[in-house]
Write a new protein. Structure first.
Length: 391
């Protein structure tokens, strides 16, 4: 290893030591909305809109049942405003007051959620969230030594300011994301459209189902009329600490990343939480595959075999900390399914982020893993720069 390698390992080691001993007690909020299993989805959406929570705890007779998530509603095209909450309960992991926050971060990443229930027995006593983890991160001195480009998501899909709300919805469904940047003709960020805007303009009294919403005139609402234009962009060379502070101060979860005026990536609370998760001490590499539909789960063994083979090669160069792989599936007409795979590997304090699209899921995964190995070789052979990462 060269000097740069040792410096990156030192960063991760310092961050891990600063997180040591922190538990749910340090991040929990005791103020949160709840809903009953017999309540309607429209009531859950109303509480999401009023509270800013995207997962609402479901409670019955004082006992915690699960969560209802906006992401679940987004994916279920047959959901109506009158659908009962009990039909959409999501069984997310729960935590206790003494759970280590790196474990909380691991759960949040594995389940792609924003809130987790804190239980005492069967009773919910609080909620731990992505934003509370980001708040902790904002106060850590070591994040002043980590640059935004090291963990940001890039490349990133965006919508044009003269586009329609349906364009953003399609990206959200296909990539299983909850925020999409809005750019002008010069690819400069001018806004963000996310769950808050979708919730505000989604359910109306004459909307029969989410699937119908896409076909309705409301899906043709112009992006520039609904997006949040009060965005704060950060430069790719800014520190992660300063970016996390902006998120905390403004109460936002997403920051467009620019090189000059051009959008080159996105930094989200998810990215920061993923860094915290990577600090968790593990005996083996943490691998998480999300987004696999039931029809595709029989491909999992072959995919894990390809992942294991490539990670074995990579471990001879650097020790991988964690690998997350998200799969989105969308139809290209005539019953043909296309897959979009996004992988993020944490290694020696650096993120390697790659994307692959293909018709064959196993082949696309195999190609992605080979590219991942080649990217790690580049890390070994040269000082990686943002300019190379952007290509």
């Amino acid at each position: 290893m060269g000097v740069e390698d040792l410096e990156d390992l030192k960063k991760l080691s310092i961050l891990r030591s600063q997180l040591a001993g922190m538990t749910v007690r340090d991040i929990m909020t005791s103020e949160f909305p709840t809903i009953g299993p017999e309540d309607r989805v429209s009531e859950a959406l109303s509480k999401m809109r009023d509270s800013g929570f995207q997962e609402i705890p479901v409670v019955e007779n004082g006992s915690y049942v699960g969560m209802i998530s906006y992401g679940t509603i987004l994916r279920k095209g047959s959901v109506t405003p009158d659908t009962k909450v009990k039909n959409l309960v999501r069984n997310l992991p729960t935590v206790s007051l003494d759970t280590d926050i790196t474990k909380v971060a691991e759960y949040v990443i594995a389940e792609n959620c924003r809130q987790l229930a804190v239980l005492n027995g069967k009773k919910i006593i609080g909620v731990a969230s992505r934003s509370s983890l980001t708040k902790i991160a904002a106060g850590m001195k070591i994040l002043k030594d980590i640059k935004v480009w090291e963990i940001m998501t890039a490349p990133v899909e965006s919508v044009k300011d003269d586009g329609m709300l349906d364009d953003a919805l399609e990206i959200m469904r296909r990539l299983d994301v909850r925020t999409v940047p809005v750019v002008n003709s010069g690819m400069a960020p001018v806004g963000v459209v996310g769950m808050v805007e979708i919730i505000d303009h989604h359910w109306k009294t004459d909307t029969k189902s989410f699937g119908e919403f896409k076909k309705s005139s409301r899906a043709q609402i112009s992006i520039d009329s609904v997006c949040n234009s009060a965005v704060r962009a950060v430069e790719w060379e800014d520190t992660l600490g300063s970016a996390a502070s902006v998120m905390e101060e403004r109460g936002i979860s997403t920051l467009p990343v620019v090189d000059g005026k051009e959008l080159v990536g996105m930094l989200t609370e998810y990215d920061i939480v993923e860094l915290i998760s990577a600090c968790r001490e593990r005996d083996t590499l943490f691998v998480q595959i999300s987004g696999l539909d039931d029809d595709d789960k029989f491909y999992a063994d072959a995919m894990y075999a390809d992942i294991e083979a490539e990670m074995t090669k990579i471990s001879k160069i650097y020790r991988p900390e964690s690998l997350t792989l998200h799969i989105a599936r969308y139809n290209e007409g005539e019953g043909r399914k296309k897959y979009s795979l996004t992988a993020r590997l944490y290694i020696r304090g650096t993120t390697v982020s790659l994307k692959e699209v293909g018709w064959d899921l196993v082949k696309a995964n195999n190609d992605l893993m080979k590219r991942m190995g080649n990217q790690v070789m580049e890390l070994k052979d040269s000082n990686i720069t943002f300019r190379k990462r952007k290509k």
